[in-house]
Design a protein around this ligand. Structure first.
Ligand SMILES: [Cu+2]
Length: 630
């Protein structure tokens, strides 16, 4: 079965748009023209701080209106921080449909230079589907979407079709990406997790690797046999080509074990294109459920063990504010009384007055918007984000006040410039949520499973592993799931948080492809976004894959109507992460799950950092004419 799917593309290239290579500290202008996307589009510069340039953040409906077909929007920002970043549409569903590209900010004084000889390899990862993200969301909201999972861990609520590396996979394009190395050299690989849903585990046959940066920021080198990448995350690793001259598989697998490999090719080894040992039929297509707790795997469960690398700033030793955010499925779960009654969600100290009193909805509330009652609906603190009717920007026109968020359902917390904020992120369910903060990087002070809150609701800073000395500095944190005590618990649950029908092999099919990516390296770039039309399925249908023995099927989601009460979870079984950031960048900044289906359906909020109003410094104001029609 071949399926045609309309894909969106930058500059007409399949897979990834042109790679933007910027130099740290330089000012860039990038003109984005919407060629033909009827609903409009925007571009977000993921990982870039955009100091005093919240208006250029590209968050549709939040920092700018959508660029209409035929329209051009001019982004302008200082390239910082250095490292491996990316750009993508920030309109619902569009990055998962193809609007993504790599953005590398190079530092002429790279503190990681000593670890590698070569820096040409980009490993751009994407999940591709035979349905659009909008179709997937509609299917979830109708309660009919298939889901995949493994016993004891929840994986994804998107269908699986293929994983592409640099726009290539056996399944979708008929050939695997090839990375060529020369024996004896050390290579820096810049990995971008451009997937909209699936988490991946990457390993290189016969080689250990060393992680040296996450989300662009250096970490203390961490040896690994494999590493996990979630949606939005970047991982830089060093591969030493110290094995015999040959071809090797680079296994890129979902945590349910679907493998979409690339090939590591040593110069002098047979051409992989004609090497039968590296053909489409010779790789292991399904490993079965992967144990991410294995020694040597660096992933979500090891996040707290990673330390800051060279030149990473130390965290401020005190915070001025603590905010608790429960990551919650609001579609199938009511607000549990155990949280609602005891929660202290927002505590202030050090002279900052309480600007908002965060509360949870009343225990037992049904909080999904009416049209989605009982359906697919994600939240923070059971507050389901909806786009504000007006852009919540600070502008000269309103004397530096944020507009558009007071009387609507755009969950917003206002911070004062200079505050040091701790967020306790608490995962109440069985899906990992890769959370992304715009406008600032943060220190990962703690992560794990257990109760990170003291009896009074504040963060327990004496928790094991709490790190104020050398924590990693990132812009993504994947918050691990609540502890699952038995498979029976999983199967007895209903709702969208981890249950669904297992995917059938017949769900996989061909996808159109066209074009090649074109590197671009200049101080000013022009990028055009447009819908590339589905061509014919490239390559052959996917190999049939038998589910492994430990792949379990949950019941089909009931979907309509009733809420299924949350399975009682002990506070000692909740997944958590604590992050700290400085609110020193005025503007409006989104904080959201990077799984597109989750942010699209409500797992998003805004931090507005109120500027210190000055009559002379208006650089953080939106430029005149910014507000395109939403
Ligand atoms: Cu999520």
């Amino acid at each position: 079965m071949l399926v045609q799917t309309q894909q969106l593309a930058f500059n007409g290239t399949h897979g990834w748009g042109p790679t933007l290579r910027l130099t740290l500290g330089r000012l860039y202008q990038i003109d984005v023209t919407n060629a033909d996307i009827q609903e409009g589009t925007t571009v977000h510069w993921h990982g870039q701080r955009l100091l005093n340039a919240s208006w250029a953040d590209g968050a549709a409906g939040l920092t700018q209106g959508a660029i209409p077909p035929g329209g051009t929007f001019t982004y302008r920002f200082l390239a910082e921080p250095a490292g491996t970043h990316w750009y993508h549409s920030h309109m619902m569903g569009q990055f998962g449909d193809g609007l993504r590209g790599a953005l590398v900010v190079t530092d002429p004084a790279d503190p990681l230079k000593e670890f590698y000889d070569e820096d040409q390899h980009l490993m751009l990862l994407a999940d591709v589907f035979n349905s659009s993200l909008a179709q997937q969301l509609a299917s979830h909201q109708a309660g009919s979407a298939p889901m995949a999972m493994c016993a004891g861990m929840d994986i994804s609520d998107a269908p699986f079709y293929a994983i592409e590396i640099n726009g290539q996979s056996f399944t979708s394009t008929g050939r695997a990406a090839v990375f060529t190395v020369k024996q004896g050299k050390q290579y820096r690989y810049r990995t971008v997790g451009g997937m909209s849903s699936w988490a991946l585990r990457v390993s290189v046959e016969g080689h250990n690797i060393t992680l040296i940066a996450l989300d662009g920021h250096p970490i203390a080198p961490a040896a690994a046999t494999a590493f996990e990448v979630n949606s939005g995350e970047r991982a830089d690793f060093v591969l030493t080509a110290d094995q015999p001259v040959a071809n090797y598989w680079i296994n890129v697998a979902t945590l349910t074990g679907h493998n979409s490999p690339a090939i590591l090719h040593y110069e002098g080894a047979p051409d992989p294109a004609t090497d039968p040992a590296f053909s489409e039929t010779s790789f292991t297509s399904n490993f079965g459920c992967l144990d991410t707790n294995q020694p040597g795997v660096v992933g979500v469960k090891q996040a707290a063990a990673l330390k800051a690398g060279p030149n990473v700033p130390s965290p401020p030793q005190e915070s001025s504010r603590q905010i608790t955010l429960y990551l919650a499925n609001a579609g199938s779960n009511l607000v549990p009384a155990s949280f609602a009654e005891s929660a202290t969600l927002d505590s202030n100290a050090y002279g900052f007055s309480a600007s908002s009193a965060e509360t949870l909805p009343a225990a037992g509330s049904a909080v999904c918007p009416e049209a989605r009652q009982g359906a697919y609906c994600w939240s923070m603190n059971w507050k389901v984000f909806q786009m504000p009717p007006q852009l919540p920007i600070y502008s000269a026109a309103n004397n530096g006040s944020a507009i558009g968020t007071a009387a609507d359902n755009a969950y917003t917390i206002t911070l004062k410039q200079g505050e040091v904020v701790d967020l306790a992120l608490i995962n109440t369910g069985y899906m990992v949520h890769p959370m992304h903060l715009h406008g600032a990087s943060f220190w990962v002070l703690a992560a794990g499973v257990g109760n990170i809150l003291a009896p009074d609701g504040t963060i327990n800073t004496t928790a094991a592993g709490y790190n104020l000395v050398d924590p990693a500095f990132r812009d993504m944190i994947s918050v691990q799931t609540a502890r699952i005590t038995s498979d029976t618990t999983m199967v007895s649950r209903n709702g969208h948080d981890g249950m669904g029908t297992m995917l059938e092999a017949s769900d996989v099919a061909g996808l159109n492809t066209s074009g090649t990516s074109q590197p671009m390296d200049s101080g000013s770039a022009s990028t055009s976004a447009g819908g590339g039309h589905g061509g014919h399925g490239g390559g052959s249908p996917a190999p049939m894959q038998s589910p492994p023995n430990n792949f379990v099927a949950g019941p089909s989601n009931g979907g309509h109507g009733g809420h299924t009460p949350m399975v009682p979870i002990s506070p000692d079984d909740l997944g958590y992460a604590v992050i700290r950031f400085r609110a020193d960048n005025p503007g409006v900044w989104a904080f959201h799950c990077h799984i597109d289906l989750h942010s699209m359906s409500g797992m998003m909020m805004l931090f507005t950092v109120a500027p210190t109003v000055s009559t002379t410094n208006t650089s953080w104001y939106a430029p005149a004419g910014l507000q395109c029609t939403i």
